[in-house]
Write a protein that binds this ligand. Structure first.
Ligand code: INI
Length: 156
């Protein structure tokens, strides 16, 4: 029996991050968390690229473009869709999540998902703070593990 597990060692990994500018103060805090998680797990800052886009709706096409470059081992997507702010919520949140899942399947690229979909700003703040529970940090560490487990599976 073979068991595949990904370590959380990010040494040598190249990581692309897509950030949406809508609700930028939240997304910047998610980015801080993601960078913290990557650094903590050995990813060199010079191996991280960050692409900023206008809103969450623009994240999938950008993630797909980054995936297709072949320059990254894993991607992380960061955004904040807040229901209280707009009737747009339903049209943005679902398609973004579905599209990112689809891009993983189409390209084989693991994509960490921290596009918050929350009811109000307070919930977004809770999930993007400097301590434990920052979803950007969690997505980044999960992305490292996914890069490593997929590499182990593919190289057997
Ligand atoms: N984009 C977000 O990232 N978060 C939101 O909460 C949001 N709302 O609520 O509208 C949002 N809309 C903009 C959207 O992502 C696109 O940028 C825009 O529609 C232009 O294509």
């Amino acid at each position: 029996m073979t068991t595949f597990e990904g370590t959380q060692d990010g040494t040598g990994l190249r990581v692309g991050i897509v950030c949406s500018r809508f609700n930028e103060f939240i997304v910047s805090a998610l980015l801080d968390g993601a960078k913290r998680g990557l650094a903590h797990h050995g990813v060199a800052e010079t191996n991280i690229d960050v692409a900023w886009v206008p809103g969450a709706y623009e994240i999938p096409v950008t993630a797909k473009a980054m995936a297709l470059t072949g320059r990254y081992d894993t991607l992380v997507t960061l955004g904040a869709v807040i229901r209280g702010e707009t009737a747009h919520f339903e049209y943005v949140a679902g398609p973004v999540a579905d599209s990112i899942a689809q891009i993983q399947l189409e390209t084989g690229m693991p994509i960490g998902f921290a596009v918050l979909t929350v009811e109000n700003v307070e919930q977004a703040v809770e999930r993007s703070g400097p301590g434990a529970g920052n979803k950007g940090e969690e997505a980044a560490v999960g992305a490292i593990e996914m890069a490593n487990v997929l590499r182990a599976i593919r190289s057997k």
